[in-house]
Design a protein around this ligand. Structure first.
Ligand SMILES: [Zn+2]
Length: 313
């Protein structure tokens, strides 16, 4: 693939496909995609807040002036991929049915509430969410849903929406543009940062990686981090299998999940940002091995990740 600079803004991938990148890809700094056809465009994901999303639209105006965004796809239910939806009152807003369902309890109030948590987790939330502005944030919900697959014609450009979740969340979907060899993955890929298994099962995420690899994409736009190709997909796949193996060993040895998250030596994966997400990833494996375990809520998960990231009470 062409070496693409990892800089903020729009990057042309050819065939009407563009990536909007938001370095450094850590918490809330997500990417989006634009597919420009004849007289209309499709936007793959909005950003974490309205001002950022507005700035992105301004940056795309040269392309969308003659090809307005008629379709917005939300890859999944995390706010950094749909909290800018209110800027598209006239567009069709499309997502998987499982994502639409999950969005009902993943609105801005959940994120804002984390900032009010006591102690280390609250400090962690206030630090990572400080750059974002959710004043008057009231994101539009999807106007249309699909399950499995939906093929779209965006002004003559074929776009396939493929639902590959549950994995990162309940209804993760990717957009594949065969004529350009471009794949927009949402958070099925974090590049340079650590993936987080909010939903699982882990093996379904591995299968999602296999499905993405089989497409043999030339350019892969991850949910977070720089544009990559098959090599980036393989790295995420390796991380998932590493987590599965290490967590399973400790489960079988009778270690509790909190002990296990501290005990695992991440090795080369420790060089990825947000490595504290191992806390939730271990829990995801434990819950698969013993469904009777109590599932921690988002606040508790966040507190464990904060501890791993050095924000203790
Ligand atoms: Zn994200």
């Amino acid at each position: 693939m062409a070496d693409l600079e990892y800089s903020r803004g729009l990057h042309d991938l050819g065939g009407g496909c563009h990536a909007w990148l938001e370095p450094d890809g850590s918490w809330g700094w997500s990417n989006a995609g634009l597919v420009v056809g004849d007289g209309e465009s499709l936007l793959f994901d909005t950003l974490f807040d309205v001002p950022m999303t507005r700035a992105m639209l301004d940056g795309m105006a040269g392309l969308t002036g003659s090809a307005p965004i008629r379709t917005v796809v939300n890859s999944h239910s995390n706010g950094d991929h749909w909290f800018g939806n209110q800027l598209f009152p006239d567009a069709r807003i499309l997502t998987s049915a499982a994502t639409a369902e999950e969005m009902q309890h993943s609105g801005p109030e959940l994120i804002m509430g984390l900032r009010d948590s006591p102690g280390g987790p609250g400090r962690f939330a206030r630090e990572i969410f400080a750059p974002f502005d959710w004043t008057d944030c009231d994101p539009l919900r999807p106007t249309d849903t699909f399950s499995g697959r939906r093929d779209l014609d965006v002004g003559g450009v074929e776009v396939q929406l493929l639902e590959l979740g549950p994995a990162h969340t309940a209804g993760d979907s990717v957009a594949w543009v065969p004529s350009a060899g471009v794949l927009f993955t949402g958070d099925l890929l974090f590049i340079g940062g650590t993936p987080i298994i909010w939903a699982g099962p882990l093996r379904n995420w591995v299968r999602a990686c296999d499905t993405m690899l089989a497409l043999e994409p030339a350019h892969v736009v991850p949910g977070h981090g720089p544009v990559t190709d098959g090599a980036g997909i393989r790295q995420v796949r390796e991380y998932l299998l590493f987590v599965e193996e290490e967590a399973t060993k400790r489960f079988e040895a009778g270690m509790d999940p909190v002990e296990a998250m501290h005990d695992i030596a991440l090795g080369r994966f420790g060089e990825w940002a947000e490595s504290g997400r191992i806390a939730q990833n271990v829990m995801a494996v434990y819950l698969e091995l013993d469904p009777t375990l109590e599932k921690p809520d988002t606040r508790e998960v966040f507190a464990r990740v904060a501890t791993m990231e050095g924000f203790r009470d």
